[in-house]
Design a protein around this ligand. Structure first.
Ligand code: HEC
Ligand code: HEC
Length: 202
């Protein structure tokens, strides 16, 4: 009898405690996402917008590189430069090393004027076959752009500004102290072989 009474009062006590400390676990649907809209109509929610920099080439400010030998972000407007294809490329009109200085543009680096891809042939079934045993090559194209790099915007992108719901806390980091060397310039070709046993053909 005593045991039953004890259990009874324990249950009663726990009911009182849980009603006092009850936490409302319901989460409103509009609170589920960062956009704070109801998830059934979120396709009508408009994002903050993508605001590319509008400064013309020659009037923009270069960004620090994100890390050692990162492809620099494009600081200027590129919306009027048309599509890039292998025969038309407005970027090289200002960035090829022979013209860049007079345009105030950063010259395309030596890594882009070098073929680093061992030769391959394609058979009738579209299979690639190595033409040589070279694993690594570094063929200087003597000032010519290597066509594997013609599509500049595959790697270089313009930056946008926007009201971010989650702040970007990324901090650049460089292999040299404080990044004096790597913040504004790439040294990829000089540093490519660090830690690599250089074989034949280099
Ligand atoms: C009319 C000349 C011109 C054209 C065309 C042009 N640029 Fe530029 N670019 C510049 C100049 C000048 C700068 C240096 C920043 C400035 O003064 O605005 C620059 C800076 C850059 C940078 C930053 C380099 C660094 O050191 O941080 C990148 C990347 C770049 N351009 C890529 C491109 C790409 C990709 C295209 C083609 C879609 C292009 N540019 C077309 C003139 C040009
Ligand atoms: C496959 C990716 C890729 C493509 C395509 C590419 N780049 Fe780059 N670019 C890079 C990387 C990575 C770097 C930094 C390391 C280096 O120097 O290669 C760079 C560096 C640069 C720099 C900075 C040079 C310096 O001295 O600091 C310029 C300017 C540049 N690229 C312009 C261009 C232009 C113009 C094109 C198109 C003709 C182009 N790139 C195509 C990846 C690319």
């Amino acid at each position: 009898m005593k045991a039953k009474q004890l259990i009874g009062s324990l249950i009663a006590a726990s009911l009182i405690i849980s009603s006092v400390y009850a936490v409302n676990t319901d989460v409103d649907e509009t609170q589920l996402g960062l956009r704070k809209v109801d998830i059934y109509t979120e396709d009508t929610a408009v994002p903050n917008g993508t605001n590319y920099h509008t400064e013309a080439p020659g009037t923009s400010k270069r960004f620090d590189r994100a890390y050692t030998n990162a492809p620099p972000m494009i600081p200027h407007d590129i919306s009027d430069l048309g599509e890039i294809d292998k025969n038309n490329n407005a970027c090289i009109g200002c960035h090829m090393p022979d013209v860049a200085k007079s345009m105030g543009a950063t010259p395309i680096p030596k890594s882009h004027l070098t073929n680093m891809r061992p030769a391959v042939s394609v058979d009738n079934d579209d299979n690639l076959k190595a033409e040589s045993d070279d694993k690594i090559i570094k063929k200087d194209l003597h000032g010519q752009l290597w066509q594997g790099r013609y599509n500049c915007t595959a790697c270089h992108a313009p930056q946008t500004t926007g009201a971010l719901n989650v702040a970007n806390t990324f901090k650049p980091s460089y292999t040299d102290k404080k990044g004096q060397k790597h913040k504004n310039k790439s040294y990829l070709l000089d540093e490519l072989d660090i830690g690599v046993q250089v074989g034949n053909g280099l």
